[in-house]
Design a protein around this ligand. Sequence first.
Ligand SMILES: C[S@@+](CC[C@H](N)C(=O)[O-])C[C@H]1O[C@@H](n2cnc3c(N)ncnc32)[C@H](O)[C@@H]1O
Length: 243
Amino acid sequence: MLKTKSFLSFKEQRVYEIFNSIAPRYDVTNLIMSLGIHHYWRKKLIQSLSLSKGCTILDLCCGTGAVAQDLARLIGTGGQVVGVDFSEAMLSIAKDRESRCPTQNPIRWIRANALDLPFPDGSFDCITIAYGLRNLTDIPRALAEMGRVLKPDGQIAILEMAVPEHPVIKRLHRLYLNGWVPILGNLLSHNRKAYQYLYESIRSFPHPDRICRLLEDTGFIHIRCLRLTWGIVALYTGRKRPE
Ligand SMILES: C[S@@+](CC[C@H](N)C(=O)[O-])C[C@H]1O[C@@H](n2cnc3c(N)ncnc32)[C@H](O)[C@@H]1O
């Protein structure tokens, strides 16, 4: 059951169907399309956090659970990692992955909409979201919801694809995403449309400066944006303003 009060909007339903359909081949497709660099990006996301033993972490749009599992290994027994995603197919792979390689403290997997989280205010010390924000239909609302469930002074780390600034890299990046990725997506996942959506979602995602301003407007402080791998990925970090 979707632990959320609202129904999915038309656009959310489309995103949901895309991810549910590509879930079984998501990890292998990701590995091939990113040429394995996604491991490095995930490592950078985790290294950006200062985690204490026993902290509570929410991994939003957790997909097949790779980030949540790395986090659970890091914080050990006293802490709790919660993985949230609205795709049951993604969550089922995340649970399988965890059962093959269990962490000391089991991860809680919850099916919910990131725009309407089923947690009380101030529940978490830290929130991570990797490649999820650009799929959400209302970014200011998503950030506000993250701010709501985060404790004062809690950390946020957002990993997201971006459009590179350098004109040559930008051109190559567009050719790769618009030309090769749908072909690869079709070969690996038999789903060309889902990988056409990838390009669409990256192209229409706001510029990193705008994301930083939105974070600021939502009440986050110490905001930093680190561009990785020629700027094709951006890592945003910040803290919720203490009360
Ligand atoms: C590109 S995948 C990223 C998965 C994972 N974080 C990773 O690092 O590979 C985006 C995920 O966001 C989820 N998602 C998209 N919109 C969502 C929403 N409104 N609420 C919850 N999950 C959502 C999708 O189901 C999908 O699993």
